[in-house]
Design a protein around this ligand. Structure first.
Ligand code: SF4
Length: 694
């Protein structure tokens, strides 16, 4: 591959980083990529791009790529390169050996939001049809699983309600627990453009993110709450709306369940939910909360955008429902310029969830226990499916330590670096007998693997990604897979070796099967995507060209359902031993565990994780910017370099998690969302002290 020179032709494909899903032209010279140019006709990005999509694609041919399958009997043995036939046969025989010894349910699989819809569909199909259980989960477990639970419960669908373009019709924009400037840059620019046109901004975030007072934008309100108090804040906003007569009574009467609404109204009206009473908990002055609530309820079209600062909490699902309550209470849902919009992290979080990568749901979010839908899949797949939900990722780890879960197929996901409480994850993996890792690099998880199946990058395969606005876009192969096979082909080979026939000539055939079996995808095909450029689901007989705005005349579940959102304090509390709260996030130039961006020129801009700390806390400890500091929680400890910053509030520190050396997840704990087990990455009680350079 070369990175400069004249292009001879180009191929339109989709960025493999964040949930904005920008469209790019891969400009080619022969079979070599010369550059990635944002596509002017891209419906999610309209010709814009950020530094990741534009420049951070060279990892695809980085020297660290593993292109030969490898096996080893024990994780202390050296890897041995083998043929694809031998690797697949060994993996299949080990899975069958484990199942024969420990039972059908002793193995499972993890799908990746980095992979295509077609690939995640095949992994969950392999687990259900070839392993014969429902032990399949996705990395969305650790990011947006509360979005699925919270939005399905309140409005009936596990997805954002709007297009990105809808923000151009918003008069008030509330950003809760998200930092679009760094996390979703192209959408962040669109949002800022609307702010420059006059829309008002409310930011709810423990940290003073760029949007609060960045170049050319200034938030009307920054509700700088303490980590872990989102639900108290949303209840205080709701209390103000209810008690000051700001409800949209007509919308509620027409669109929502009356009994649930009355119960919710009585709940949020209670004095303990008032801004004055909750100020003690959240740290946000009551009058600021009241004024922000008034602006949201009466300022015209009001749209909420939220991120992992909402979901990655012990009350993540509760908070998602609290946000939906606010939108329903004010009628800010079901048309352009409003809505409830989760900003999905990885490129295909939405898609991996849509494709049935959850232990309790088949593709299209239909419960595995439903006889009709399960029988439909049984008929199509020619197998009997188990009606009981399988294990979630954290349950797999617990079962491994109990001795009942012994085999894992992990595609495109580095659970050792990305999941919380690294020591617990490592102990669980060490206790398993057959771990098959499929990835483009020998990642941290591969250290515990017995079989390594080389993966393919987004440049090496056909398929589709689904972005945060439900937009399905084509991923197109621009070069042959370096290992010889694309990921979807490898999964098919493994299924066949396990005795279950999977025979697809091209990913378009997989999509055709998905469309046949999934009502929200009935109209989707590669031909349609080629014709329209992309399409937002639901795309079916009623909406042959897709659905930009959902819940227009009625909610997907019929009537909207208000849910009582009782605040429960986080288990993570500051103590004398751990007097600070740690929260985590991302930076613009790097991406998640950094496996891709660390192997590109982007590392010039940000080459290590840092610990941001308020000047008061730094001064108390004798810490200056650039000093090495030790950070310790009840889960573990690590060492980082300090960055003294007034972005932080006193008592709160912050770091990114892009580099394995700093290992932020060594510190995060096993605390998780009550409904979905999404880890509470955003609240960890810690101590910080200066240390010598490690
Ligand atoms: Fe890729 Fe997201 Fe950047 Fe767009 S905004 S180029 S999808 S990383």
């Amino acid at each position: 591959i070369t990175f400069s020179g004249q292009a001879e032709h180009s191929v339109v494909t989709t960025c493999a980083y964040c949930g904005v899903g920008c469209s790019f032209k891969a400009e080619m010279k022969g079979s070599q990529v010369v550059r990635m140019t944002p596509h002017k006709n891209g419906q999610a990005n309209e010709g814009h791009a950020c530094v990741k999509g534009r420049f951070a694609w060279g990892y695809a041919t980085h020297k660290d790529r593993i292109t030969k399958p490898m096996i080893r009997a024990k994780i202390t043995d050296p890897w041995r390169e083998v043929t694809w036939e031998e690797a697949i046969a060994y993996a299949a025989s080990e899975f069958r050996r484990v199942q024969a010894k420990y039972g059908r349910d002793s193995v499972g699989g993890i799908t990746s939001s980095r992979c295509t819809n077609e690939e995640t569909y095949l992994v969950q199909k392999l687990v259900r049809a070839a392993f014969g259980n429902n032990n399949v989960d996705t990395c969305a477990r650790v990011c947006h699983s509360p979005t699925g639970y919270g939005l399905k419960t309140t409005i009936g669908e596990s997805a954002g309600t709007q297009t990105f373009a809808s923000v151009e019709h918003a008069d008030v924009i509330m950003v809760i627990g998200a930092n679009p400037t760094d996390g979703h840059p192209v959408f962040g620019s669109r949002l800022k453009r609307r702010l420059r046109e006059g829309a008002k901004l409310i930011v709810a975030d423990p940290r003073r993110i760029d949007l609060v007072d960045g170049p050319h934008v200034k938030a009307a309100f920054h509700l700088q709450l303490r980590p872990g108090t989102n639900v108290a804040l949303v209840n205080a906003l709701a209390h103000t709306i209810v008690t000051e007569g700001l409800l949209n009574e007509a919308f509620i009467a027409e669109r929502c369940e009356p009994l649930a609404f009355e119960q919710w109204r009585a709940f949020v009206s209670q004095p303990e939910n008032s801004p004055e009473a909750t100020a003690e908990i959240t740290g946000v002055p009551a009058e600021q909360v009241r004024e922000a609530a008034r602006l949201y309820a009466t300022g015209g079209n009001a749209a909420i955008y939220y991120g992992l600062g909402v979901t990655e909490h012990a009350q993540g699902s509760t908070m998602v429902m609290g946000i939906a309550n606010l939108a329903m209470a004010t009628g800010n849902i079901g048309r352009e310029g409003v809505g409830v919009n989760p900003l999905r992290g990885q490129n295909n979080v939405q898609g991996s969830c849509d494709m049935g990568s959850f232990p309790h749901e088949l593709p299209g979010y239909r419960h595995i226990g439903g006889d009709e839908v399960r029988h439909q899949f049984e008929a199509a797949w020619g197998v009997t499916l188990q009606p009981e939900p399988g294990l979630r990722i954290p349950n797999m780890f617990d079962a491994a330590l109990d001795g009942s879960f012994k085999g894992l197929y992990c595609q495109g996901e580095d659970i050792v670096q990305s999941d919380p409480d690294t020591q617990h994850v490592a102990a669980a993996l060490t206790s398993m007998e057959c771990i098959v890792v499929q990835d483009i690099f020998l990642n941290e998880t591969a250290k515990y693997a017995h079989v390594f199946l080389p993966g393919s990058s987004f440049l090496e395969k056909d398929g589709t990604f689904t972005n945060a606005e439900r937009r399905i876009s084509r991923v197109r192969r621009v070069m042959p897979p370096l290992p010889g096979y694309a990921d979807w082909e490898v999964t098919s080979m493994l299924a066949r070796a396990l005795g279950y026939e999977m025979d697809y000539a091209h990913p378009s055939e997989i999509m055709d099967e998905i469309a046949r079996l999934t009502p929200t995808f009935h109209g989707v095909s590669y031909a349609l995507l080629d014709r329209l450029g992309s399409v937002q689901w639901p795309c079916n007989e009623e909406a042959p060209e897709g659905t930009p705005t959902m819940h227009v005349d009625e909610f997907v579940r019929g009537k909207g359902k208000f849910v009582i959102t009782q605040f429960v304090a986080s288990r993570e509390k500051v103590t004398r031993r751990y007097p600070l709260l740690l929260t985590t996030g991302r930076i613009l130039s790097q991406y998640n565990v950094g496996a891709q961006t660390r192997r590109t020129e982007n590392s010039r801009w940000h080459e290590e994780d840092q610990l941001e700390i308020h000047p008061h806390d730094a001064q108390d400890r004798g810490i200056k910017t650039g000093d090495w500091v030790g950070i310790e929680s009840r889960a573990g400890q690590t060492v980082l370099r300090a960055l003294v910053s007034e972005r932080m509030q006193p008592g709160v520190v912050y770091t990114t998690f892009h580099f394995p050396e700093s290992g932020a997840n060594v510190i995060t704990t096993d605390s998780s969302d009550w409904a979905t087990n999404c880890p509470e990455y955003k609240v960890t009680a810690v101590q910080v002290q200066p240390v010598q350079q490690p």
